[in-house]
Write a protein that binds this ligand. Sequence first.
Ligand code: ADP
Length: 467
Amino acid sequence: MLGALPLALVKRGFDVRVLLPGFPGVLDGIIGLQPVTRIGPVFGAASVTLYAGRLPDSNMTAYVIDASFFFRREGNPYVGPDGQDWNDNHRRFGLLGWVAAHLASGELDPAWVPEVVHAHDWHAGLTPAYITQNPALKVPTVFTIHNLAFRGIFPMEYHDDLDLPMRKMTPHGMEFHGMFSFMKAGLVYSNKITTVSPNYAREICTPEFGCGLDGVMRDRKWDLSGILNGVDYTVWDPGDAKINKPYSADDLTGKKVCKRALQLEFGLSTEAHGPLFAVVSRLTSQKGMDLLLAALPELLQEGAQLIVLGTGEGDLEAGFRYAASVNPDNVAVHIGYNESMSHRFIAGADILLVPSRFEPCGLTQLYALRYGTLPLVRRVGGLADTVVDVNDESLAVDRATGFVFNDATRQALGARIREACGFYRNEEAWKNVQRRGMRQNFSWDDSAANYEQLYRSCSAIPSANRS
Ligand code: ADP
């Protein structure tokens, strides 16, 4: 989102800048980095310097926080090589919010002062909290929830490290069951809250999806809205060079070539009479991958095939590996993260499975639509907003784009898989649904227009919760 939305906003005439922690990949990727100001020691990092450069392939400015002690580490941005969270993550991401607030006040780069600050997910959740600490700073803040399940929770005693007053650590502030939560800080101290689909915005106000923060969401529901993520169609399009043969809604012959090539690449039979189902996903229970493993016998009974690309929980990886080993003609799995392979999966499959337990927006079902691969999804979050179920009514009014099921159970998923296999046998009807999906447009331009409207409504807001 942070790669695409700012550029779509620039096209609408905004002067957008992004602020990023100086992870090694960021320092390598940003072009022409120059120091803006030396901030000095903050939060235990001996030296913190703010740099500015350009995002690749654009003229957009990126500010980068260089704090080598915090950010130049092995592992990924959140966990060390042992897979454990860094034990100073509160300082590492607290620094991000702290710098954002000081940049917003003009102290760090007097040449550029934002009119709106937009912070994303728990990592940037302290930004609105620090902004409300400065009584002179009236800049409105927008906070976007990408996934409420990750709440950035830390022990209360860590609060001393963050230069925030104790009054912010109360139940009305960011306190969370005797601890404190960066996510909750973002929710409580921002002017407007968004999440990445309208349906997820409704769901997180309920105990089932609210991750213990549904009360806060309900308190703030008038300031909460859902704006769908977009797709970069310059990257995700069946004309793309990463797939075996490009195709389009007018001429789908290339899709057959892609399917056969994918079957051959993974040693699957090319004689199966059922559809080829694919998964491109984190292999986690959030994504319903345990349900899929349980429903696999029904898929195979229909003469269908399954191909899985993903990494994740060890038992699920092992489950898919085992399924492939005992059904080598009809099940294949690649454990790993591989972007160009993901294009081949989505182009070559007939159906893309996204049986998630919860799904804030979901991107792969949007890619699948564009590639004429019918998504089979659970009716949750953004999946419910973006896929129209194949049924008599939706077919009659030419709206159907995929298959939707309700309950997070093996039976419900298995039943929809069987029905999808039945529908696959009706070639003409299948093609119509494919073509309709391919014509759907979930571009960033539309999302950016919605964010613009939100930013404009913010500037009319007097001030955030300043307690
Ligand atoms: P989430 O962010 O919850 O993992 P999304 O559907 O919003 O789910 O986004 C996942 C993104 O990661 C998609 O762009 C998808 O193509 C990509 N992805 C997931 N797993 C893999 C993988 N193993 N290899 C390549 N791309 C992957």
